[in-house]
Every structure is written in structure tokens, then in C-alpha cells.
Ligand binder design. Structure first.
Ligand SMILES: Nc1ncnc2c1ncn2[C@@H]1O[C@H](COP(=O)(O)OP(=O)(O)OP(=O)(O)O)[C@@H](O)[C@H]1O
Ligand SMILES: [Mg+2]
Length: 437
């Protein structure tokens, strides 16, 4: 069934979205096309992304679900889809989800009609009164109430698997993350401490705090949204694209042949596609010039190092992304780091979720070795990768690694103490920080 869907964008400095064009989705033909609206072109507004240049002809997308990866980022993941399906009492397709979901997805794009209900952002005070009313026996009648309830019970268009919600306080929008039933109840404190540690180590990170809900022991993590800006007139949004979308992973699932061919060599084409190495290269198209691309590749390596040092092994392609710094010139840089959780159960052989080094086939005399992708955390590989892929000189990388290793091991406990974690819980996290690189 062909669907024609309006695509809206929040332009820099504007609190209301404008229609950028239409997305025509033809699932039966496994294709989609986006056409900029003539009014958008006439107004000389900027392009949505480097791979969606301004022009009067349609831009095509094929493969996978045939939806532009940038649009997918605006929609919900498992968590938000579950809520939508429950409310509609039927399965919801990916494209429907994009047109029905609340518009609090990451970035500056929203598909479908913009109704007040979809646009609504709940304030912290409203949140608390909904929780109280519904808790007193009334049932949730609106999507907002359901989301609030689901969030607090251990619901949103924001990606990820954990219950979360966008909340506003004094005009500023936050992402509220709630621990799930089976989670460590100290998770908000732990994640908050890691975000502050990352900032102390010089990484770009959003402001975060642990939020204690009134009445009980329940807490949530509040992180300032990096893709929202509060203006006098309201809130505007910045473009965001996940590493998953930059790498177009949903459009190009690896073929079984590729997997078979390379699998035996300890190297898979899909592993390379979803690697830090590919991300570092693919960022060239988004950074709007060599100088920024160089800076951002270096920042990417520093993030790899930080993830390695705290054993954050859940560093998948939706846990990295680029934020649009300047839409007119299409300058995108790494968004502030998020979802930093230490791997308290990490073993000696811990590996990151994405490969950070690619070693091409080597020939030594008559011996030859196959290509190799490195995910396992090792000082030697981190240093080699810094030089091979991320624009570092060897000495500089060595000095950085030594310095940052010392900072992490010296400071991590203090940040957990400052969040009010008890000593024994802090010691349970120690394993993530004990094993030297
Ligand atoms: N500070 C922020 N501002 C705006 N968007 C954010 C922020 N932090 C995270 N996001 C977006 O929300 C999504 C979910 O956040 P996060 O990764 O922290 O949740 P999660 O449920 O723990 O994810 P996972 O499934 O990886 O465990 C991210 O993928 C990102 O797109
Ligand atoms: Mg995540």
C-alpha cells in the first residue's frame, strides 16, 4: 500500500516545525522516495542531511524497509513501539509507528500530521500529578498518561530499550530514564556518575542528575536533551543521526554469502560495516570538511578509550550519533556521549560491541594471515588503532591513554560517592575498573 507522508523539520532558531516535503513509501516495491516541498526549496531552507541534497527531483531509498535511516531515528524503538501497539490494540508497522508516535524522538524531524497530542511534552509537575491520580485508582485514558505510568512503573519515541520519557522543567527538556524491574536500583546513580566522570575526562557530555521521586525510594536519571535548545519563545531542535543511520545498517543487512565467506577468517563484512572503523570513515560525509572530520575522528577514539576503561560493553551503533552543528553548511559532529554504564561483570577477555581496529591481511615471507577485526579491549590494539584510523600520532596517543587511565582509576569511586551510593554497592562496580588495559 503506497503511503504519502508529510515530513516536518524544526529549523534552527524556530520553535514551530515547517513541512520539508513528502515521503512516499511503497513497501510492496521495497522503495521509498522523498521530495522536497516547492515552498521549502523556494524559501532556500537548508537540506535535511548531506545525503538529502536540495533538489526538485525525488531522492530514492531502497533496501531493508525502504525508509530513510534519518527518519528511522525520529521514531520509537522497542519500548515506544510496544506502547503504541498496546494503545492501538494491533501490530504497528515501522512506518505507521513513525507517523503515530509522540514527536519527542531524537533530532529535528517528525513524520505525519503534527497533532497537539503528539507534540505534547509533559512537565515534571504534570508527571507527578498523573502518577498520583492514576495511582489513586483512576485508569489512564490518554497516551500521555499511559506513557507516564509505564515509565514510572518500571513509556516515548526515544530509542533504546529502557523505560524513558521526555520531561520539561523550567522550559528545559530532559530525558528521564527509569530502571526496569530486574535492574540494579542504583543504575541511575551509576550512569550519572559515569557521565560526570566522562565530562571530567574531557568528553562532551550532557548535564545529568539523579532524580528522587517523591514518596518512595524510586529514582530516575535525568539527562538534559542535547538535541533541544530553549529559546525565549519556546524550544527548538537540532538534527541528530545515529551511527546506525550513518552506516545505513538497516538498508544493507549482510548477505548470507558475505557472512559465510568471511566468517571463517575471524572477520565478517557485517562486523566491519558496523564498526568504529567504518564510522570514522563515514563521518567524512557529515563533518563538512577535513578539519572537523579530523577532530571528530580523534574524539571518537577518546570515546572508544573511555568505553574500554569503564568496560561499557553496550556501545552499539545506536549508542553513538552525530548532532547537527550548523544546518546551512551541514556540519555534523559527535553528539554528547550517553548511555555510559560500567560492565561490572566484565571478564579479562572483555570486548566492545563495535570493532575499533581493522588489521588488513599480512604477508611475512611465505606466511600470510587473514584480515582481522578487533573488538577485544587491549592497550596495544587501542594504540595501534589510534594511529591507523583516528588521526593520532603514536606518542600523543600513548600519553593520552596513560593520563586518562590514571584519571579514571583515581576518580571513579569519588563520583559514585558523590551520587550517594553506599560503599558496598560501589565495590560491586569495582571489577569494571580493576582490570588494567
Ligand atoms: N541527552 C540526550 N539528549 C537527546 N537524546 C538522547 C540523549 N541521551 C540519549 N538520547 C537518545 O535516546 C536514546 C535512548 O537513550 P539511551 O541509549 O540512554 O537508552 P537505553 O534504553 O539505555 O538504550 P539501550 O537500549 O542502548 O540500553 C538514544 O539512543 C539516543 O537516541
Ligand atoms: Mg542506548
Amino acid at each position: 500500500m503506497t503511503m504519502q507522508i508529510p515530513v516536518h523539520v524544526w529549523l534552527p532558531g524556530q520553535v514551530d516545525a515547517v513541512r520539508a516535503g513528502d515521503f512516499v513509501h511503497e513497501p510492496n516495491q521495497r522503495s521509498g522516495r522523498f521530495l522536497y516541498a516547492q515552498s521549502y526549496l523556494d524559501a532556500r531552507h537548508p537540506p535535511l542531511a548531506p545525503d538529502m541534497p536540495l533538489r526538485a527531483k525525488p531522492i530514492l531509498v531502497t533496501g531493508g524497509l525502504a525508509i530513510f535511516p534519518l527518519f528511522m531515528d525520529a521514531g520509537p524503538d522497542a519500548w515506544g513501539r510496544h506502547l503504541l501497539a498496546r494503545r492501538q490494540e494491533r501490530d504497528i508497522s515501522e512506518i505507521e509507528a513513525l507517523t503515530l508516535c509522540p514527536t519527542d524522538g531524537v533530532g529535528n524531524i517528525a513524520l505525519g500530521e503534527l497533532t497537539p497530542e503528539r507534540l505534547r511534552v509533559v512537565s515534571i509537575n504534570e508527571f507527578l500529578s498523573i502518577v498520583e491520580e492514576v495511582g489513586a485508582g483512576e485508569t489512564a485514558t490518554t497516551l500521555v498518561e499511559e506513557q507516564v505510568l509505564d515509565a514510572v512503573r518500571n513509556g516515548t519515541s526515544l530509542g533504546g530499550t529502557k523505560p524513558k520519557l521526555t520531561l520539561s522543567r523550567a522550559g528545559v527538556q530532559y530525558l528521564a530514564k527509569f530502571p526496569e524491574p530486574g535492574d540494579n536500583p542504583w543504575l541511575p546513580h551509576i550512569e550519572c556518575a559515569m557521565l560526570k566522570l566522562a565530562a571530567a575526562c574531557g568528553l562532551r557530555v550532557s548535564r545529568a542528575e539523579v532524580w528522587r521521586l517523591p514518596g518512595g525510594k524510586r529514582t530516575a536519571l535525568l539527562v538534559e536533551r542535547f538535541d533541544r535548545r530553549t529559546l525565549v519563545t519556546g524550544v527548538t531542535r537540532l538534527g541528530y543521526v545515529s551511527a546506525h543511520a550513518v552506516l545505513r545498517l538497516d538498508l544493507m543487512p549482510p548477505s548470507p554469502a558475505e557472512t559465510l565467506q568471511f566468517g571463517t577468517l575471524g572477520y565478517t563484512a557485517s562486523g566491519l560495516r558496523k564498526s568504529y572503523v567504518s564510522l570514522a570513515a563515514a563521518m567524512a560525509r557529515w563533518c563538512g570538511g577535513q578539519a572537523l572530520h579530523r577532530e571528530e575522528r580523534r574524539e571518537l577514539w577518546r570515546r572508544i578509550v573511555f568505553n574500554a576503561l569503564i568496560r561499557n560493553l553496550d556501545d552499539h551503533t545506536k549508542n553513538h550519533g552525530l548532532l547537527c552543528d550548523d544546518m546551512a553548511t551541514q556540519r555534523w559532529r559527535l553528539a554528547p556521549a550517553f548511555d555510559l554504564v560500567p560492565g561490572a561483570n566484565a571478564g579479562e577477555q572483555a570486548a566492545l560491541a563495535m570493532a575499533y581496529r581493522f588489521v588488513p591481511p599480512q604477508r611475512k615471507g611465505r606466511q600470510s594471515s587473514a584480515s582481522r577485526l578487533v573488538t577485544r579491549i587491549s592497550q596495544v590494539d587501542l594504540l595501534a588503532a589510534a594511529v591507523e584510523h583516528y588521526g593520532y600520532a603514536e606518542q600523543e596517543a600513548t600519553d593520552y591513554l596513560r593520563d586518562i587511565t590514571a584519571q579514571v582509576s583515581e576518580k571513579w569511586r569519588r563520583f559514585m560517592v558523590e551520587e550517594g551510593m553506599p560503599q558496598e554497592e560501589i565495590e560491586r562496580q569495582a571489577r569494571a575498573f580493576m582490570i588494567a588495559l
